[in-house]
Design a binder for this molecule. Structure first.
Ligand SMILES: [Zn+2]
Length: 104
């Protein structure tokens, strides 16, 4: 959702913003969270996922094909979800600050 006008369509791809809001023209790309800033989020997440996979293997001892079946989509979903959350939170914080700067 657009942080300025609330219109849908913030994301053009699963983890990439659309260039701008179709309704109010709010520039999303200017507020895109850079890859360099995403590493501190993604790297611990990957270690967490590896630990989770090891714990799951210890607990359940599933055959290898079960791992091959569940982990790729699970990891993709977790990372995409984290990326989207981080980007939306970042955009929200940036636009809130801009709004305050404009008013103050
Ligand atoms: Zn908008």
């Amino acid at each position: 959702m657009c942080p300025r006008c609330g219109a849908p369509g913030l994301f053009a791809a699963p983890a990439a913003f659309a260039p701008r809001c179709r309704l109010c023209g709010c520039d999303f790309v200017a507020h895109e969270l850079g890859a360099r800033l995403l590493y501190p989020l993604i790297v611990p997440l990957i270690f967490g996922l590896i630990a989770l996979a090891v714990a799951f293997d210890d607990a359940v001892r599933p055959p290898l094909w079960v791992h091959a079946l569940i982990w790729p989509p699970f990891v993709a979903l977790v990372i995409l979800g984290a990326l989207r959350l981080a980007k939306v939170a970042w955009l929200k914080a940036r636009t809130d600050k801009l709004q305050l700067d404009k008013e103050g």
